[in-house]
Design a protein around this ligand. Sequence first.
Ligand code: NAP
Ligand code: G4F
Length: 322
Amino acid sequence: MKTALITGITGQDGAYLAKLLLKKGYRVVGLLAHRSTNALWRLSYLNIDTEVEYSDGDLTDLSSLIRIIEKIEPDEVYNLAAQSFVGASWQQPILTSQVTGMGVLHMLEAIRLTNPQIKFYQASSSEMFGLVQQPVQSEETPFYPRSPYGVAKLFGHWMTKNYRESYNMFTCSGILFNHESPLRGLEFVTRKVTNAVARIVVGKQNELRLGNIDAKRDWGYAGDYVEAMWLMLQQPHPDDYVIATGKTASVRDMCKIAFSYAGLNYEDYLVIDPELYRPAEVDILLGNPAKARKKLGWEAKTSFEELIQLMVEADLARMKEK
Ligand code: NAP
Ligand code: G4F
């Protein structure tokens, strides 16, 4: 039985990845940073909270990572932990750099010092493309990050590559484009919208305040994307891969779909709030997943429309439960 250590186990991707690995027969250990009061709600939602083992630690504390790796002896480490909200990275640029950037180096060092045979997955991000240098972004596209978060992710990305080249370690970066689900945090725009739709339907909210609704993203379903993480670590050689749908849509398009699913018109509720605009925006992202398709046999299964419907349905169901 293989053992996997997942950092960011309490986040969206951590929960879906844990479910996938448990199904594949792995022993799954999650690094638990004890940040939120109900940290395990996503794992409970997927009915796996009691199947996962937990180990206390923090990505900013190298000694905790070394202790955990020595104790649990993982075969694979999936580094998903991060301060992952781009908007907050302007408010907390130093914390973001410490967790999202330096945290990656801590984990790489912990592995190098304990057992450099451990396979390592780094959660890199399309946010690194930022001010896009090519209309469609692939593994060859130059990076131009636009947020402290993007800069921190780029540091982690290059460190991951550097440890592969310097120490011959099995380190992979997944350059994942936006992926969403009913387990998405409420601060991200898709879930903010689908949650608002559900609240509007039951009369708990009468407007939705958003920032730049012309921004476009290549949006996929998180449940599909965690499969690609696992596939990367099963290859004969470590490498970096873009994971995306190859389609892009605006925040406005997403609002239209979400509201119309509940029989509403988004224009009747939307208020543009200049406070929600970012100091520097990523206007458009569109990924080319050809390499992942060819080498991993991976492709996105869930369409954008299906994804948003899934999220609205889940939020409506939650609202009825309350
Ligand atoms: P998420 O829901 O925000 O989860 C982040 C996780 O990191 C949480 O479990 C959080 O724990 C943990 N964490 C934060 N600071 C930590 C620290 N100092 N030490 C240990 N754990 C810490 O993020 P996600 O959407 O699942 O994304 C997973 C990863 O993929 C992130 O690295 C993100 O940047 C990256 N990524 C995401 C997307 C996307 O569209 N979702 C796209 C590209 C890349 P608490 O719950 O205790 O706060
Ligand atoms: O949902 P978002 O906050 O996601 P963003 O910034 O694209 O970042 C997500 O995807 C990255 C991959 O590209 C990840 F690396 C990162 O960890 C995270 O998961 O915002 C999407 C777009 C932005 O252009 C933002 O300006 O929506 C725009 N937006 C407009 N109004 C809003 C809002 N975003 C948020 N969060 N809230 C709004 O009210």
